[in-house]
Design a protein around this ligand. Structure first.
Ligand code: FAD
Length: 415
């Protein structure tokens, strides 16, 4: 049987960054990945905060060299309304720009860089069983040729994303607080010639009649865009639906998108993903911790997934390094509680988006600059900065602000 110090399950962003952070502290790390890279993944618009972890993992030169589209903020459209937040103008210190990335390429850049730094990466290796009952965790792995082997280690970091390996195997699954939703998406050659279109921002558009339905348009650096629509599970028809026809009809329903995408070449089959919001009963246990989407995933609307994933990698590897060095670690106060602080901030704003409260705040044009900077910070991923009042007390602040926006708008309307 093979013996390693740490095994990471999954080579997506949370796995690759966690593996590199540990390796840089002198630990032996084996990363097992079920697929061959490059492979497609959804989640293409990053937030500025996540680059702090990419930097700490020593991966910035590789990411910068990859030529991804620079992103400096988020734009929002609803009917004739348009609003944007510039991440460089924000309350919390830290990077104010980031990237919009084709994830097949981005994830390979990170995994290759982890390998360059000395992490052993094995592709086409699927973790099929886990046993945490003995002194050391034991994983069963199925290789590319179908043969199986076991790996014993001192600790397992589960970064398996939607594979949710330990949540499934250890019965940790918990329904999400978010209602089930579904996305249909594709990549297009966008041919956008609208001078007002800002390629350095994600564009989130709201359906003109149904505020619970929204679209993303994420420009890449190669003249292409990721385009998708999100709505309730039942909104888009049954399993036989023509995904591309549905997506194009949805795009036509929003006048701003119809205009911007008038020359687009729809050259890639549409795909769909649903029921992606998920949670777990616990984020750690004896011999393991759950990272990124293997633990909790809220909702795509604010592009928070990779940022939460990388923050979890940083918190878990700091705690694990101390534990492996013989220091006492309280995984609840050192890992789970601090991670959930930011997750709960995002949860409040995601819920506020779907209730309409946060949409009103986003489109309110007369907010004080300082308040806009606080909101910009959260949209840039700085959801753990408790000196920001909109982080420290998200529900109450959001309600107050949306009442203010709605009140002012109502007063401004002619009697
Ligand atoms: P992943 O990137 O999913 O990586 C997990 C890896 O584990 C995979 O490579 C998988 O093959 C491997 N694996 C799985 N099972 C096993 C196994 N048994 N053995 C070995 N390996 C295994 N986030 C953003 O930041 N920005 C966005 O714009 C954004 N948009 C989104 C849109 C939609 C519609 C959805 C659903 C999500 C979106 N997200 C976005 C979220 C984003 O996709 C995830 O948060 C992010 O990919 C999580 O990274 P991860 O490293 O945890 O997992």
């Amino acid at each position: 049987m093979e013996h390693r110090e740490v095994v990471v399950i999954g080579a997506g962003p949370s796995g690759a960054v966690a593996a590199a952070l540990l390796k840089r502290q002198g630990h032996d790390v084996l990363m097992l990945e079920r697929q061959q890279f490059p492979r497609f993944s959804i989640g293409e618009s990053l937030l500025a905060h996540c680059l702090e972890f990419v930097e700490e993992a020593g991966m910035m030169p590789a990411v910068q060299a990859a030529g991804f589209q620079v992103k400096n903020g988020a734009a929002f459209a609803r009917g004739d309304e348009y609003a944007y937040f510039d991440f460089r103008d924000k309350f919390t210190p830290g990077p104010g720009t980031t990237f919009q990335v084709q994830r097949a390429h981005f994830d390979k850049v990170l995994a290759d860089d982890a390998e360059r730094q000395g992490v052993e990466v094995r592709y086409l290796q699927e973790v099929t069983a886990a046993n945490f009952e003995g002194d050391s965790p034991l994983l069963d792995v199925r290789g590319a040729d179908g043969s199986t082997y076991q790996v014993q280690s001192q600790f397992v970091l589960d970064a398996s994303g939607y594979g949710r390996v330990l949540a499934r195997l250890l019965d940790l699954e918990r329904p999400s607080s978010m209602p089930p939703r579904k996305a249909i998406f594709t990549h297009i050659e966008d041919r956008i010639d609208d001078a007002g279109f800002d390629r350095e921002k994600i564009l989130i558009s709201v359906h003109p009649e149904q505020p619970g339905i929204w679209y993303w348009l994420i420009p890449f650096s190669n003249g292409r865009c990721s385009f998708g629509v999100v709505g309730g599970q039942d909104l888009f028809g049954g399993p036989d639906q023509d995904l591309m026809a549905t997506l194009r009809a949805m795009a036509d329903a929003a006048p701003n998108l119809k205009r911007v995408l008038k020359n687009a070449v729809w050259d890639t089959p549409a795909n769909t993903i649903g029921g992606y919001s998920a949670s777990v009963t616990r984020l750690y246990g004896p011999g393991y911790a759950l990272l990124g989407n293997a633990a909790e995933f809220l909702d795509p609307v604010f592009s928070s997934g990779v940022t939460i994933a990388l923050r979890s990698s940083k918190l878990a590897t700091d705690a694990l390094h101390r534990q492996l060095s013989g220091e006492p670690v309280d995984w609840q106060t050192d890992f789970a509680d601090p991670l959930m602080l930011g997750v709960e901030t995002f949860r409040a704003y995601v819920q506020g988006w779907y209730s309409g409260e946060f949409q009103d705040v986003v489109f309110y044009q007369n907010a004080q600059p300082e308040i806009r900077r606080m909101i910009s910070s959260i949209l840039a991923g700085y959801a753990w900065d408790t000196s920001n009042p909109f982080v420290a007390n998200p529900q109450r602040r959001l309600r107050m602000l949306s009442e203010l926006c709605r009140g002012v708008q109502t007063q401004a309307e002619p009697a």
